[in-house]
Design a protein around this ligand. Structure first.
Ligand SMILES: NC(=O)c1ccc[n+]([C@@H]2O[C@H](COP(=O)([O-])OP(=O)(O)OC[C@H]3O[C@@H](n4cnc5c(N)ncnc54)[C@H](O)[C@@H]3O)[C@@H](O)[C@H]2O)c1
Length: 397
């Protein structure tokens, strides 16, 4: 069993895959389309980050490919539809850097409240400016979290541990953590928050959703943080409100246009402003997050290839089967049309094989059934299923 792992993925991934019996071909960089097609000969599992494009041509040519692991958050670099049509599972790590983002934001809240960007700059310039003017504790202050998902909720818990009051606003119904209070509207949150931190997702409707009106509605001298998506904020407007003094400081990690390569020039209207922390989209970039991503995605790949689990796949119907041993298992990926389950179970019945456990999930035009049976199914029965006009693949474990 072969795995090709590109782009300097954390050794934790290799450890997991080798531990599950894979021979791992580990390469530091990404590959071009032609190199990738050549290197994928005989490979079942492919590991990439954001610099490798897996398009429909690559997927078509990769005859033995079973699954692709994106060892990052985004999956835009993979043609998910083409992969699904061939029954290739694609997995990513949506939560592995949540804590890293939260810790950066907490550090920024404290740094901005103490006006550290200015103080450290002055010290480097040789100016001793010992003063409490404009410096505050965060204890007792109100943090307004906009977008109360994975990151927003964890930030809520850590901020409360620091003695902050938390108010949150989310378009979806999200349960409050700890003593956090739900705001009925964004306007209500902006009217009470001393710090506003954005943690919304990148859905198209969020482009430019935080602009002049929202900054004007914030409390005078409040702080603003965006570590979510660059396109959600009108930074020209943030600049105006920082210059007027209405906003007392800001920390920004994400930008509408970000430099492509290491060392490229970064342009932004926020450069050179007082009490503004600018970071190069590193909210989720820590060694701990990389290790967690390595372990998490490699586990998902191995569990799909060796046990049939599609849990957290981004393109196949999600089925989380029970532990495998001592059962016999058959996975059947098929077109989502009426009658397929009956066809499958008729094969088990004809073989006199008792079904111990069966789970079906569907997603768009695909259906996936995992069936655990009392005895292994005969080769003829498996072949009969493979010949079904609705079958993408049948695998047994
Ligand atoms: N800076 C970084 O390095 C970094 C790292 C990881 C994630 N992120 C980004 O952080 C953001 C949050 O990530 P997550 O994992 O918590 O996402 P998530 O999907 O778990 O949560 C997003 C929440 O925002 C809510 N939401 C969306 N639009 C909204 C709106 N207009 N008003 C109010 N609520 C809204 C959703 O209902 C959801 O609860 C994402 O945009 C993600 O891309 C950045």
């Amino acid at each position: 069993m072969k795995a090709l792992v590109l782009e300097n993925i954390h050794p934790a991934a290799v450890e997991v895959l080798e531990g599950r019996g894979y021979q791992v071909d580990l390469r530091p960089g990404s590959l071009s389309e032609a190199e990738l097609i050549e290197s994928l000969a005989g490979v079942e599992l492919l590991g990439i980050r954001s610099n490798t494009t897996v398009n429909a041509q690559v997927i078509e040519a990769a005859e033995h490919l079973v699954a692709i692991g994106c060892f990052c958050i985004g999956t835009n670099q993979v043609d998910l539809g083409a992969a699904a049509d061939r029954g290739i599972g694609v997995f990513n790590a949506p939560y592995s850097n949540t804590r890293s983002v939260v810790e950066l934001v907490i550090g920024e809240i404290i740094a901005l409240a103490r006006r550290l960007p200015e103080k450290t700059q002055k010290m480097h310039d040789g100016v001793w400016d010992k003063s409490a003017r404009g410096s505050h504790e965060v204890r007792g202050r109100t943090l307004g979290i906009v977008g109360y998902g994975n990151i927003g909720t964890q930030l809520s818990n850590v901020a409360e541990a620091l003695g902050m009051s938390v108010v949150f606003y989310d378009k979806a119904d999200r349960p409050a953590h700890g003593n956090a209070r739900r705001a009925k509207s964004l306007a209500e949150l902006l009217g009470v928050a001393d710090v506003v931190s954005l943690h919304v997702d990148g859905r198209p409707g969020n482009a430019g959703f935080f602009g002049a009106e929202e900054f004007a509605a914030m409390k005078p001298r409040a702080l603003f943080i965006n570590a979510s998506r660059g396109m959600v904020v009108d930074y020209e407007s943030l600049r105006d409100h920082l210059l007027s003094g209405h906003i007392a400081g800001a920390a920004v990690d994400v930008f509408p246009v970000e430099p492509k390569a290491q060392g490229d020039e970064f342009s932004s209207v926020l450069r050179g402003l007082d009490n503004v922390i600018l970071t190069p989209h590193v909210g989720g970039s820590t060694q701990e997050a990389q290790e967690e991503i390595g372990w998490f995605v490699a586990e998902k790949l191995a569990r799909f290839a060796l046990e049939g689990s599609t849990a957290l796949s981004v393109n196949l119907p999600p089925v989380l089967p029970p532990a495998l041993t001592p059962r016999h298992r058959l996975g059947f990926l098929h077109h989502n049309v009426p009658g397929v389950l009956a066809e499958l179970n008729a094969v088990f019945a004809a073989a006199g094989d008792n079904v111990v456990d069966q789970t079906l999930a569907t997603r768009d035009h695909l259906g996936y059934v995992i069936t655990d049976v009392a005895a292994p199914l005969s080769t003829e029965a498996v072949e009969q299923l493979t010949r079904s006009e609705h079958c993408l693949w049948v695998r047994t474990w």
